[in-house]
Ligand binder design. Structure first.
Ligand SMILES: [Zn+2]
Length: 233
């Protein structure tokens, strides 16, 4: 089943039925917990049933990982699930910010991003750039914040594999990373700036990201650059 955040990225509380409890964790019939991937860490949160709470410490491939020692709901229980919504919101803003940085680096320098990771309100992006131009850090920060101020829409849609792979922007960033078995591909489109295959959660428009600071530009050798960003609270 497609995760609830594919339909509604703002959803942070919902009711669900427990389908299974075991070594793979707690499996719900419907879940908005982001499992991690694409550089974005998993959501945290809690389940509540009959006034009892299970804190969720992580999300595995199959199910939710409870905090050790917390009571676990029985199979069949109806639970109210809640995300740690401030953490999720910060991750959405950070993830969207990284796509804006990615789009600007490609547009202005023609450099491909090769990796990224994030925590709430901080992130890093790796890319190839043999020579770093004079004033790169300040220019990048200015260009990124200009794009944020334009309030570009950030649209998501799910398309068939063939359609996604026919899109040169999607191909450029992800072609090699999408396993053969994946039939539906989610596209995240920062309108007019950056489009890529991505399963993560994003804000609805760039202005919701807030101000982005380029904290550091590092050289990791032979054209390998790393940009670190920080968002204001
Ligand atoms: Zn992404």
């Amino acid at each position: 089943m497609n995760p609830l955040y594919w339909r509604d990225q703002e959803l942070t509380s919902w009711t669900a039925t427990v389908l299974a409890v075991g070594p793979d964790g707690i499996v719900l019939d419907e879940s908005a917990f982001y499992p991690g991937g694409g550089g974005q860490p998993p959501d945290l949160g809690q389940l509540e049933w009959d006034g009892v709470y299970t804190r969720i410490a992580g999300v595995g491939a199959a199910g939710l990982e409870p905090v050790e020692g917390d009571p676990v709901p029985p199979v069949g229980a109806r639970v109210t699930a809640r995300l740690d919504d401030q953490r999720r919101r910060h991750l959405m803003r950070t993830h969207s910010a990284l796509h804006v940085v990615c789009g600007v680096i490609w547009r202005d320098l023609g450099s491909l991003v090769t990796g990224s990771s994030m925590e709430p309100l901080t992130g890093r992006l790796d890319f190839d750039l043999p020579v770093v131009p004079e004033g790169f850090k300040a220019d990048l920060e200015r260009a990124v914040n200009e794009e944020i101020a334009r309030d570009r829409a950030i649209l998501t849609r799910v398309v068939a594999r063939a359609e996604a792979l026919a899109d040169p922007d999607v191909m450029r960033t992800a072609a090699a990373l999408i396993p053969e078995s994946v039939e539906l591909i989610r596209i995240v489109d920062v309108d007019g700036l950056d489009r890529q295959a991505d399963s993560g959660t994003h804000v609805a428009s760039t202005r919701q990201i807030g101000e982005v600071h380029i904290a550091k530009v590092e050289s990791k050798g032979r054209g390998f650059r790393r940009v670190r960003i920080a968002l204001l609270q």
